[in-house]
Design a protein around this ligand. Structure first.
Ligand SMILES: N[C@@H](CCC(=O)N[C@@H](CS)C(=O)NCC(=O)O)C(=O)O
Length: 202
């Protein structure tokens, strides 16, 4: 399998963390992909032009990160990070949606800040910041419940928090969220998280 990736993408990080946790990492060749390069051939694999995109051994291109993660989870015999149908599954999927939604808003805010100053919208940026903060507050409220077996929800939350720390260090997401900060302190010590710290693409 081939994974088209960027070293800064939190969605890519979800896939690689899952692959490390489930012992699949050695089966995935990582293909660096610059999504901002106008000449990239990425749209040939993914018309949305986004990473992560996984090319399976059968040659099928899969996206986006929730789909890739669920596919990879079918390829190993260990503890599944997508629980079987039932309450635990919906909680895990909802947490993934919440964490991915925090990222979507955070990335929208970052892209807005990268536009030429006269094209930026302060109200749009403020709206995205509100979404991020509401999402983080919701995660703080349920942080105690994050103890328990590893699921895709945990992986997504960990990657979202790590990305916020990477891109918005001055926002101090931990402030006022002691339970979430405590959970992340432990979670970010996992080998899969330590080996996938975000970096700016070279
Ligand atoms: N919902 C997608 C989001 C993927 C995404 O937005 N990836 C970003 C990198 S962090 C990207 O490739 N952006 C390129 C673009 O939008 O042009 C997922 O979960 O995989």
């Amino acid at each position: 399998m081939k994974l088209r990736y960027s070293s800064a993408s939190p969605y890519v990080r979800k896939v690689i963390v899952l692959a490390i946790e489930t012992g699949l990492d050695g089966r995935i060749e990582r293909v660096p992909t610059d999504v901002r390069d106008p000449s990239t051939d990425l749209p040939g694999d993914n018309p949305l032009g986004k990473v992560p995109t996984l090319i399976t051994d059968g040659g099928e291109a899969l996206y986006d990160s929730p789909v890739i993660c669920e596919f990879l989870d079918t390829l190993h015999d260990g503890l599944k990070v997508f629980p079987p149908p039932g309450g635990a599954r919906w909680t895990a999927l909802r947490r993934q949606a919440l964490a991915d939604g925090v990222l979507d808003a955070g990335i929208a805010r970052r892209l807005e800040a990268l536009r030429p100053e006269k094209e930026r919208s302060a109200s749009w940026s403020a709206k995205q910041a509100t979404v991020v903060n509401r999402g983080l507050d919701a995660l703080e409220d349920e942080a105690v419940g994050l103890d328990g077996p590893l699921t895709i929800g945990h992986i997504a939350v960990g990657c979202a928090l790590g990305w916020l720390q990477f891109r918005f260090p001055d926002d101090h997401w931990r402030d006022g969220r002691p339970a979430l900060a405590g959970w992340y302190e432990v979670f970010s010590g996992r080998r899969s998280m330590r080996e996938t710290e975000p970096t700016n693409p070279s």
